[in-house]
Design a binder for this molecule. Structure first.
Ligand SMILES: Nc1nc2c(c(=O)[nH]1)N[C@H]1C(S)=C(S)[C@@H](COP(=O)(O)OP(=O)(O)OC[C@H]3O[C@@H](n4cnc5c(=O)[nH]c(N)nc54)[C@H](O)[C@@H]3O)O[C@H]1N2
Ligand SMILES: Nc1nc2c(c(=O)[nH]1)N[C@H]1C(S)=C(S)[C@@H](COP(=O)(O)OP(=O)(O)OC[C@H]3O[C@@H](n4cnc5c(=O)[nH]c(N)nc54)[C@H](O)[C@@H]3O)O[C@H]1N2
Ligand code: SF4
Ligand SMILES: [Mo]
Length: 892
């Protein structure tokens, strides 16, 4: 057996993995955490732990195609190169664009950026990181003169106060969160504050939760700065020695924030909560402020980042153990993308397009006289330009903009009318690939070979477990081939990912010394790395230089920044609310974000039945009082609508939601749901500095959707469903699940269900079918069991009160159903004495909510440890621990 060390391809925590290939041809691999990797020391969350379930050939894109016709690589690459060249010849380089992703490896990303900015000669290359951390980049660059993340995971463990601002790390950065949880267990003095409009799983370890009014964090941090000044907590020596611009930033903060009462009122918080936060911040030297999409995805995201950084500079709490402003990036290689200059407004190796010296330097290094010297179009503007016909060719790599962009219906229309759409993906059917003229199959995680940088600047290797599937090729190879065929032969003559990495490292070191105004990003130690050393590369934090070969754990220890005078800059902040406030037509604020067990547009995580069990369907969370006022029942379907688009989702009541706010997960696509693609609703307004969209605060309205019937279908084989407006499909363990509903009246259910199954070959004999029908009440249930083995069951009713399919699903694991099981089948309830496990909470051990509730009650369990001891739940990856707490008796 072959054990390979690699890195998880999901979140920015960047956990190390030990993968043991059990069967190469069957793509069978067992996954465990790498106990030596400094990001996770052996731990993995639910997504990382189930990677083995996502590496099959199911739904893989395996061959290149043009207009739906399979072609060989030569034809596909020539076609792309010729069409790009023809459009450039006719309309100029500004008529073409790349839209890339923080899920490319650094090597892929480097080559894409080099081709567009260095040789095609325009900066029209932008990335999904625009939607993710472009505001954080602006924040760091404005303050430090470079996009430098100062902190590391150890700082989380050394801190005495951690603010989680707009970060649901419990679900989105689970292993980093578990390190915080552990640190808190080890150090009772460590306080955790969660600043988030809704109560999230991260509140589980919080000493204080501030349910801030959506979008008002800038005011809160201006309030902190004001309080620090008023209570003589400013570190004057640090401010005078290492910073510029304090007075102006302070006076702006004082003018806009006012008293604690005024801050509390503006932020929708109690005075008590705000003064506790201010007091803790002022009195705790070792403070880390973690911030993520609740800050970045805002029309004033850049300013919010600087409002946070201002507070750290004012107290000198940066560059020292246990403190600092810590932006948590999301994607596995968002950081690598920043390093290669993948954003339309940056240049390679942390250099700037607007700096002629930098442009000249990169041009000389690449040997190109045609390098872009001004910013390209940022994501939203780029798709607008496609819609307007100014951009005529776009190449989309490793991202799914038809789902994830704001105003996603407009993005879809733009691509429908674009002259040339090229899509590189490892998955065949995505909402974006449906609109491609040319499809290029990329290798997937288990086949890729290269590097990623995690959120603490740590570079780790991704190593291949299997050879490429079908005709899939590495992204860097595909781009290089197109580059060569466009006429740039020498510049793209790479033979391996090591070749690319070496060049990337060499560029970072090129003229990077005191004489040339030193830059933060420097991999001089790797500028001559040979193949074997690249293969053996150990996780290391940049800068990694010839002087400092072990890398750099923490930045700014010496108080020297990357501005011209080496001082950090305060930025004066005038807090702004979201651009579009709720009004009488659209009275709710729509918040969007992530779930524990899904990754973005679900192209990969939806392949793992275990991950689908946690939250199988798109939903909208609403405060129970709002739901009652609007007549929205739990589990019923509601229509959520904005000025831009609409969606349907199950109503979930949650008192952790603010009144006037709704939350929907960002994950569902048109591949998996008829009406769950939330991007269609999202306001495309952007931050003027960063171009990042305001994805968390779209004004919407919500109303009941008048469904006449609901249905749940479980089938051993996938079905082609027709005749239901609302549809969601879910991959289960050994079965496929469909949730359906319609506003049309019921039909001849028997004919309809037999017709559905007819497509997947079945025996007509009546004795294979169980059936229950109550026409008057609108109930119909049927099951198809040739030879007593369950093949499908359909439960149809007039309302949403259908049984949760937990127990039904388990029947697909049985060769033959017992008489008792057949008798209970149509009730959807297990026979007496057998427990229904209910919705899965712990995906590692497949423990459902009913089991947990029952055990807690029967055995009077008082702690999560008690649940784990009894059911194992929570003792695997630990991602469900916060949820397990909800089953414990509430302290009276
Ligand atoms: N399971 C899972 N993990 C992931 C991902 C995934 O798809 N699934 N994606 C990865 C990626 S790319 C990213 S960028 C990260 C994102 O990680 P996070 O930023 O932690 O995730 P989100 O759920 O997008 O948003 C975080 C929180 O911001 C809150 N919020 C909304 N509006 C406001 C506001 O006005 N103020 C404040 N303070 N908070 C607000 C939301 O309620 C939400 O709980 O996750 C990464 N990790
Ligand atoms: N409303 C709202 N919208 C959001 C967000 C939000 O919180 N709310 N979050 C935003 C953020 S932070 C992000 S990061 C984006 C994410 O949004 P997307 O980037 O659109 O989402 P993914 O599903 O990760 O898309 C990645 C695609 O690349 C493919 N892929 C995976 N690996 C490879 C590879 O190695 N090579 C190639 N060529 N393809 C590959 C996958 O199959 C998938 O189709 O969404 C943004 N959109
Ligand atoms: S926390 Fe989970 S998703 Fe993130 S890198 Fe680690 S195992 Fe992967
Ligand atoms: Mo992201």
């Amino acid at each position: 057996m072959n054990t390979i060390k690699t890195t998880c391809p999901y979140c920015g925590v960047g956990c190390g993995i030990e993968a043991t290939v059990e069967d190469r041809s069957a793509h069978r691999v067992s996954i465990k955490g790498d106990s030596n990797h400094p990001a996770n020391f052996g731990k993995l969350c639910s997504k990382g732990a189930t990677l083995g379930d996502t590496v099959s050939l199911e739904n893989r894109l395996l061959y290149p195609s043009i207009h739906g016709q399979r072609v060989n690589w030569d034809s596909a690459l020539n076609h792309v190169a010729e069409r790009f060249n023809a459009i450039i010849a006719q309309h100029g380089p500004e008529a073409v664009a790349f839209y890339v992703s923080g899920q490319l490896l650094t090597e892929d990303y480097y080559v894409a950026n080099k081709l567009m900015k260095g040789f095609i000669g325009t900066a029209n290359i932008d990335t999904n990181s625009r939607l993710c951390m472009s505001s954080a980049v602006v924040g760091y660059k404005r303050a430090f003169g470079a996009d430098t993340v100062p902190c590391n995971y150890e700082d989380l463990e050394l801190a005495e106060l951690i603010l989680l601002v707009g970060s649901n790390a419990a679900w989105c950065h689970p292993i980093a969160f578990q390190r915080i949880r552990k640190a808190k267990e080890n150090n009772p003095n460590l306080k955790i504050v969660v600043i988030d409009p809704r109560a999230t799983a991260s509140c589980d370890i919080a000493d204080l939760h501030l349910p801030v009014k959506p979008g008002m964090d800038g005011l809160l941090f201006n309030g902190i700065l004001t309080y620090l000044q008023q209570n003589s907590r400013i570190d004057r020596t640090y401010v005078d020695t290492h910073t510029d611009g304090f007075e102006l930033a302070l006076s702006e903060a004082m003018t806009t924030a006012g008293s604690i009462e005024q801050v509390a009122a503006g932020c929708g918080l109690t005075t008590e909560a705000v003064s506790t936060l201010f007091d803790w911040f002022a009195s705790t030297e070792k403070t880390v402020t973690v911030y993520s999409q609740g800050i970045n995805q805002s029309s004033s995201g850049s300013d919010k980042c600087n409002a946070i950084i201002n507070c750290h500079l004012a107290t000198g709490r940066i560059g020292k153990p246990g403190m600092g402003p810590f932006s948590f990036t999301g994607q596995p290689n968002a950081m690598g993308g920043r390093e290669v200059g993948g954003l339309a407004n940056t240049l390679a190796a942390h250099m700037d397009l607007e700096n002629p010296e930098h442009v000249d330097r990169v041009g000389r290094f690449w040997g190109s006289a045609n390098i872009a010297d001004k910013q390209g179009l940022k994501a939203v503007a780029m798709f607008d330009a496609i819609a307007a016909g100014q951009i005529k060719a776009v190449w989309i790599m490793a991202t799914n903009p038809v789902v994830s962009m704001p105003d996603a219906d407009k993005v879809k229309r733009a691509l429908q009318h674009c002259e040339l759409v090229v899509v590189s993906d490892c998955i065949a059917n995505t909402d974006t690939s449906q609109l491609a003229h040319v499809l290029l199959p990329a290798t997937g995680w288990s086949e890729k070979d290269g590097t990623v940088t995690n959120l603490e600047r740590r570079i780790s290797r991704q190593r291949p477990l299997f050879p490429a599937s079908g005709e899939a090729k590495h992204d860097w190879w595909i781009i290089s081939q197109v580059g060569q065929r466009m006429g740039f032969k020498d510049a793209f003559n790479y033979q391996s990912s090591a070749d690319v990495f070496r060049e990337h490292a060499a560029l970072s070191a090129f003229e990077n010394d005191a004489e040339h105004q030193q830059r933060d990003f420097n991999l001089s130690a790797f500028a001559e790395l040979d193949g074997p050393s690249y293969n053996a590369l150990q996780p290391v934090q940049w800068p990694v230089t010839n002087q400092q070969t072990a890398g750099t754990a923490r930045m700014f220890a010496d108080g020297q920044y990357f501005t011209a005078n080496r001082k950090a800059r305060f930025i004066p902040i005038i807090p702004r609310p979201p651009v579009n406030a709720p009004d009488t037509d659209y009275p709710f604020t729509l918040n969007t974000g992530r779930l524990r067990d899904q990754w973005h547009t679900m192209t990969r995580t939806s392949l793992a039945a275990k991950l689908n069990a946690h939250r199988p369907e798109p939903f909208v969370e609403i405060h129970p009082a709002d739901a009652e006022r609007l007549g929205l029942a739990a589990r019923s379907l509601a229509q959520v609508q904005s000025l831009w688009g609409s969606m349907l989702a199950r109503v979930e009541l949650n008192s952790g939601q603010q009144m006037g706010s709704l939350f929907v997960p960002m994950h569902w696509t048109a591949q998996l749901s008829s009406h769950g693609r939330m991007g269609a609703l999202v306001n495309p307004v952007v931050d003027p500095q960063s171009g990042q969209p305001e994805s968390k605060q779209t004004p919407v309205k919500i109303k009941a959707w008048p469904a006449q019937w609901y249905a749940t279908i479980l089938s051993r084989r996938p079905l082609q469903i027709t005749g239901a407006e609302y549809q969601v499909s879910v991959r289960g363990d050994r079965y496929f699940r469909y949730e359906l509903a319609s506003t049309e009246r019921g039909k001849d259910w028997r004919a309809w269900s037999r017709n559905l199954l007819a497509a997947v070959e079945h025996r007509e004999d009546d004795h294979c079918w169980l059936e229950y029908s109550d026409q008057q009440a609108g109930h119909y249930r049927t099951a198809y069991l040739p030879d007593h083995e369950l093949q499908a069951c359909l439960l149809i009713g007039p309302d949403c009160e259908l049984p949760e399919p937990g127990w039904l699903g388990s029947l697909f694991g049985k060769k033959e159903l017992s008489r008792a099981e057949r008798l209970s089948l149509l009730s959807g309830q297990p026979p007496k004495g057998e427990a229904d496990i209910g919705r899965i909470v712990c995906s590692c051990f497949n423990v459902g909510e009913k089991t947990i509730r029952h055990a807690v009650q029967a055995q009077q369990i008082q702690s999560v440890a008690g649940i784990s001891a009894c059911l194992s739940a929570g003792s695997g990856c630990g991602s469900c621990v916060a949820e397990l707490k909800e089953f414990l008796p509430k302290p009276s």
